[in-house]
Design a protein around this ligand. Structure first.
Ligand SMILES: NC(=O)C1=CN([C@@H]2O[C@H](COP(=O)(O)OP(=O)(O)OC[C@H]3O[C@@H](n4cnc5c(N)ncnc54)[C@H](O)[C@@H]3O)[C@@H](O)[C@H]2O)C=CC1
Ligand SMILES: Nc1nc(O)c(N)c(N[C@@H]2O[C@H](COP(=O)(O)O)[C@@H](O)[C@H]2O)n1
Length: 303
């Protein structure tokens, strides 16, 4: 089911993201990204030592009551055209986009970048480089829930050369995952350059530990990943120890309330040794950027 919240229309086709807005977002991008505009050159934070994990950007859109969607399984358009362009700008500056199986099933997402080349960069002869940069879609699917097929959006996009084939992380323990992925699905994914990748599901409920997921992506050569959702993925990443692996948080806040029953961002509370609520996480280095009718919050989780 596809629901547009209030007056929000689903924006199809290429998107543009203006240089002034790019400059505000750039400090939160993965290291060594240089954005040139006619007036400024901005460099995202530089890196001191080799990293064990990719740069992790947690990014999503939610309502004033912190809902990602009206209900699990309902794709809900929250971002306006300007903030949606920001998401596609982020996609163009990360090596991978990660979502949970719930999102893959509910949304049938494309998970590519549909940003028009920046005219300034085009003038600087960088059009070709920008065009070529597409993130690797990564789906966490330990139990093989996502019935990917020839008509899945991500597969069609990869076949058309507008995105990359997905990597699907499946559990390799207790007979789940690799065992439940039939040959048909595997062929569809592999034909567009994707892969099923087995990973031990060491966490409770046959979930992956975030260190295992991110360690695998790093070993596979991915230096940056934007994690888009959905609710279960975000809430587990915002809880310790996952939140210690997050470098940047970029949240689009849309001026609407989705009401009770939505897919809500609200990570489990930490509890101190005395049984009282633990210290809440508060973002640092915060910037608020109005984009159209939305506002985008950027920050970092203190280590
Ligand atoms: N507004 C926004 O920016 C976004 C909204 N959404 C919405 O969120 C909803 C889906 O959210 P949820 O139902 O919570 O599903 P989800 O996308 O978080 O997927 C949950 C599934 O992912 C897998 N998973 C999650 N964490 C895992 C881990 N640590 N290890 C292994 N597997 C793991 C499991 O199979 C689990 O059942 C949809 O309605 C979608 O439209 C999704 C992404 C962004
Ligand atoms: N930034 C943002 N704003 C919204 O309003 C959204 N509903 C989402 N959803 C995320 O984007 C994926 C869809 O991607 P495609 O446009 O199909 O490439 C969806 O699966 C969510 O991850 N994001």
């Amino acid at each position: 089911m596809y629901i547009q919240s209030a007056t929000r229309a689903h924006q199809k086709g290429p998107l543009t993201f203006p240089p002034e807005a790019r400059a505000l977002i750039t400090p939160y991008l993965p290291p060594s990204i240089t954005i040139t505009t006619t007036t400024t050159t901005t460099q995202s934070q530089t890196q001191q030592k080799p990293r064990e994990y990719p740069h992790v950007t947690l990014t999503y859109a939610h309502s004033l009551d912190a809902s990602l969607a009206l209900a699990p399984g309902i794709r809900t358009v929250l971002s306006g055209p300007e903030s949606k362009a920001m998401t596609h700008f982020l996609r163009a500056h990360h090596d991978a986009i990660l979502v949970g199986a719930g999102t893959a099933v509910a949304d049938d997402p494309g998970l590519n970048s549909r940003l028009l080349p920046d005219p300034d960069l085009e003038a600087a002869g960088e059009r070709q480089r920008q065009r070529q940069r597409q993130p690797r879609p990564v789906v966490l699917d330990p139990k093989g829930r996502w019935a990917v097929h020839e008509g899945s959006k991500v597969v069609r996009i990869a076949r058309e050369g507008k995105g990359l084939g997905p990597w699907v992380l499946v559990a390799d323990n207790k007979g789940h995952g690799t065992g439940v992925v039939d040959e048909g699905r595997r062929r569809v994914v592999e034909e567009v350059g994707g892969r099923y990748i087995p990973l031990e599901a060491r966490a409770e409920g046959e979930r992956f530990e975030w260190v295992d997921v991110l360690g695998l992506l790093k070993r596979e050569g991915l230096e940056s990943v934007m994690i888009e959702g959905g609710g279960e993925v975000i809430n587990s990443l915002l809880a310790p120890p996952g939140n210690g692996l997050v470098d940047s948080v970029i949240v689009t806040i849309a001026p609407t309330w989705l009401g009770q029953g939505g897919v809500v961002v609200s990570p489990p509370r930490t509890v101190g040794e005395d049984g009282q609520p633990g210290q809440p996480v508060r973002l640092t280095g915060v910037t608020w950027c109005p984009l159209g009718e939305d506002v985008v919050l950027c920050g970092r989780i203190p280590r």
